[in-house]
Design a protein around this ligand. Structure first.
Ligand SMILES: NC(=O)c1ccc[n+]([C@@H]2O[C@H](COP(=O)([O-])OP(=O)(O)OC[C@H]3O[C@@H](n4cnc5c(N)ncnc54)[C@H](OP(=O)(O)O)[C@@H]3O)[C@@H](O)[C@H]2O)c1
Length: 309
């Protein structure tokens, strides 16, 4: 099968569109023929070697952590799925990646694709959707009426998180650059802060939750806008617990775990159109170097989706 692999850590030149052996199916796995996958910043972070302490890989590595496609084969113990089912998934990060024509995934991580989504739209969801869910729902315990700040609302995670927070009845503020103000308003943001002309920490106060997707100074300044006993949840860097104690807030870092049950709940919100997918750019898998280049600018709008088939 065709796949994009790396044979060592490094820059974009490591990405090779080449032939690779078909994945080997375990008893609980389904074999998915992938129609679309997506690019997440973690893909180029893995490629660069930033996660090598956390996840020890054996080369060659097939990158990619989102897939939408059709089941072609089922392992002996598979119960939920049949050949021909159309599905989407965020597979286990330590196994075969999704920049490929086929992937083998444990059925517990696979969910039927909502009928109203194209394969490209479905491939844009699993990683960002699960990230936003685990931060806002599991860690922060979001509830109706909460005031939530989502940093970088026009990005992959942010564009999903705004909609997820709105679906729980929250009031949502977000940050983005001038060009994306109308776009994040269209996702439901109640207050938009253009970070090029305004500092969010001077505009906002008494927030219940801050979702930090950026880290650094942005995380430091985020303490100032939270109310006492509020919650700072970061996917960018672990918050300093001494500072969190000083401000009397709950603070933590989340690294997403794949979860089929949560993805099914996300699927329901997509099916009833409470949340819509935000596909900003579609490219062919062969154009992977350009796709990584765009992601590495830190200014991609919505998701970058790769057509495999
Ligand atoms: N821990 C985890 O499990 C986990 C999971 C998913 C993602 N992440 C990490 O979370 C980060 C965000 O992921 P992503 O997929 O959303 O990335 P992304 O799609 O590449 O984010 C790009 C967006 O960031 C915005 N942005 C850049 N600088 C900004 C600033 N100073 N203020 C506000 N917005 C800014 C850009 O908007 P403008 O063009 O308008 O500036 C752009 O739309 C990445 O570092 C990723 O690796 C971690």
């Amino acid at each position: 099968m065709k796949a994009v692999i790396i044979e060592g850590y490094g820059g974009k030149e490591q990405l090779q569109y080449t032939d690779r052996n078909m994945p080997v199916l375990k008893d609980n796995d389904v074999l998915i023929e992938i129609e679309a996958t997506s690019v997440n910043p973690v893909d180029w972070k893995i490629r660069e070697g930033y996660l090598k302490e956390k996840i020890p890989y054996d080369f060659p590595v097939t990158l990619g952590l989102d897939a939408a496609g059709t089941i072609k084969e089922t392992g002996k113990k598979v119960q939920k799925f049949q050949v021909g089912d159309k599905v989407f998934t965020r597979p286990d990060i330590t196994r075969n990646g999704t920049y490929a024509e086929y992937v083998a995934v444990d059925e517990g991580l696979v969910v039927k694709k909502p009928d109203n989504l194209s394969m490209e739209e479905a491939a844009s969801i699993p990683l960002v959707g699960l990230t936003a869910w685990q931060c806002l729902v599991d860690f922060a315990g979001i509830k109706e009426g909460d005031k939530v700040l989502v940093h970088a609302g026009s990005g992959g995670v942010g564009s999903f998180a705004i909609q997820l927070a709105k679906s729980f009845g929250a009031w949502v503020a977000t940050t983005c650059s001038t060009d994306n103000v109308e776009f994040v308003q269209s996702l439901g943001a109640d207050k938009v802060i253009d970070y090029r002309s305004e500092n969010f920490s001077e505009t906002l106060q008494d927030m219940d939750i801050v979702f930090d997707t950026l880290g650094g100074d942005i995380q430091q300044q985020s303490y100032n806008v939270l109310k006492e006993k509020g919650c700072l949840v970061s996917i960018a860097m672990p918050p300093d617990q001494d500072v969190a104690e000083e401000y009397n807030i709950k603070a933590g870092y989340v690294f997403l775990e794949p979860d089929g049950e949560q993805l099914a709940k996300i699927g329901e919100k997509l099916e009833n159109e409470t949340i819509r997918p935000v596909v900003g750019t579609v490219m062919d898998l062969k154009d992977i170097k350009k796709a990584h280049e765009l992601s590495e600018t830190h200014h991609a709008k919505g998701k970058i989706v790769l057509k495999v088939k």
